[in-house]
Write a protein that binds this ligand. Sequence first.
Ligand code: SAH
Length: 219
Amino acid sequence: MSDGFVGYRSALVEALQRKGVRDMAVLRAIATVPRHQFVPEHIRHRAYEDEALPIGNGQTISQPFVQARSCELLQLTGRERVLEIGTGSGYQTALLSMLAESVFSIERVPELARRAHETLRALGDYENVSVMHADGTLGWKPNAPYDAIVVAAASPSVPRPLVEQLTVGGRMVIPVGSQDAQVLTLVTRDADGTGYREEPIHDVRFVPLLGEFGFTPQD
Ligand code: SAH
């Protein structure tokens, strides 16, 4: 895409490679998705910095490194059905759209869900994506099970409905901890389907996951 930001995207890809991102499909997605279209106009010039940025409604678009790492941990091959909790700007949804067969994304703030849906539709390249306004801690049962789930907000624990909607052997990436500090965690559903394993990856800081199986607003 020649939109005047190609050089910035390449520089971001190089920065992510230096930080250890290796998955070529993920790097290709970062090199392709126009991140500047997903951030408010007045901070567009900062869109390709490896930083979280405000997107309105008290929410943030996460740091590209964390988004790339999360996608990489899911080990997507292009054939998966993916559930994303916390659509936010829709940027990570667009990355996932390029990496999987279909993407179902849930956002709790109606205004953000609407805007993300419009951004994705206007760009025209992300037709395998559905965005819904709801409490994502409950998952999206009619389309379950999912081969991969990515949670883009901090949770006190792994929400049970999400584990139940993961395929046997499926992978979920979720920041688990307090509202102030979390550990990005890789959850793998056991081969016999009865339980799951949790593997800590690294320290992160996300906005809270607010919902029935997340934090309650007064926590
Ligand atoms: N991945 C996003 C960043 C999301 S920030 C991006 O690329 O822009 C986290 C988002 O999770 C916020 O938009 C917040 O409103 C949303 N969120 C918080 N709790 C939620 C819940 N229970 N269900 C769905 N979305 C939730």
